[in-house]
Design a protein around this ligand. Sequence first.
Ligand code: SAH
Ligand code: SF4
Ligand code: F3S
Length: 455
Amino acid sequence: MRRVFLETYGCQMNVADSETMAGVLERAGMTLTDRPEDADAVILNTCAIREHAEQRVLGRLGDFARLKRLRPDLIVGVAGCMAQHLRARLLDQARVLDLVVGPDGYRRLPELLRRAAAGPVAEVRLDRDETYGDLEPRRASGVRAWITVQRGCDKFCTYCVVPYTRGRERSLPLADLIGQVRAAVAGGFREVVFLGQTVNSYHDGTHDFADLLRAADAVDGLARIRFTSPHPSDMGERVIAAIAGCDKVCPQVHLPLQSASDTVLRDMARSYTLAQYRDVVARLRAAVPGLALSTDIIVGFPGETEADFARTADYMREVRFDSAFLFKYSARPDTRAWRQAETVPEEEKGRRLERLIAQQHAISGAINDRLIGREVEVLVEGPARRGGGEGAAPGRGDGQLFGKSEHFKTVVFDDDGTKAGALRRVRVVGATPITLIGEAVAAPPPEPVLLRAGA
Ligand code: SAH
Ligand code: SF4
Ligand code: F3S
């Protein structure tokens, strides 16, 4: 067992977990390969958040089944949330599988892979203490390091599978995390993103999330701090004061709303009302001038009436999110809402989704248009790519650089030789709902700068 192909689905937490797995495998003398054809083992790190996510993985397993027919000794493994969600059922369902390993089993991955060569293995125990805090991840190169500060979730929103796939909430010790931030900076990263399902409920027994932000803010050489996703109910004064008071914490918050109907919020067990959410937004906006705000919304939750939906659409026009991730409700086995009858037909969910997409597109476009003429600070990531995806430059691609503004908006501008990892002041000259087009405003620094411009 030497070469492993690892493919990741789902959220950033899964991407970070894959980096932990990569570190574990490499320390065991294994190497990662980019091509499944070259691998002795293939592992899919999977997501279970919506049915569509699971279907994509089952489709991909079909590819590996074909590969395994040519090479019967190939080990095929499924890791992550879908592995935990389906457990042994997955071994029966997808006969091609040799290994099923849940999010708390990665420490023993090399041994599990070796055992899987002798017969199917399932390691799906959840462990309330596992944080991987002592395991060095093998981070993908770039300017942004994703650091998991909290695992699991205790909120049990009625639609959500995460508390079942990732177990109870636990935080990593602050000192270990600051060690990870320092190591990331030493490795050339300029930005850290703290990850947790309800990241602002972080508490290591002594320190809370505000302490973590302040401690990270004091790390020399770090340019930017972000975090995702905070929960509205955990957005207390201490956290807001830290976001506002730390220079390196970017003026950008992703604050999932899900619905603006109090009935739906109650049935989702979100633990806040619209009035409380509104209040959190008002306090954040008062504390952080120019704050960029984004959200997650679910349409078609069981019981969502046309009037409930209208409340969500109305509130989104009122609050004007910079951007929003919009989802059709997908019933997940094991969750509480799974037992509720669905009341919104698929076509109606689609119609509601389309209406919100169109509305949000217009709002995002108007917000970005108002940035034209202003300057933003871009943390440069590299050459812009043409076509869809991250850093896509509308119309062109060649000869341009891309990066994120302090508000986490993608900015493209003509390549003036600025190196990846440098902060660059850019004047916005054009905008679409998802991208800003800019012009660099001053001579580029020869090397990545070590402080925020202007500091
Ligand atoms: N922990 C984060 C988000 C986790 S999942 C939080 O609470 O904010 C990311 C998003 O997926 C959620 O915010 C929600 O909008 C969406 N989601 C979760 N379960 C879903 C389901 N069963 N159907 C549709 N969307 C879902
Ligand atoms: Fe899921 Fe709710 Fe936890 Fe987010 S807070 S992970 S939506 S249960
Ligand atoms: Fe993330 Fe999907 Fe699991 S969103 S936590 S990988 S269910």
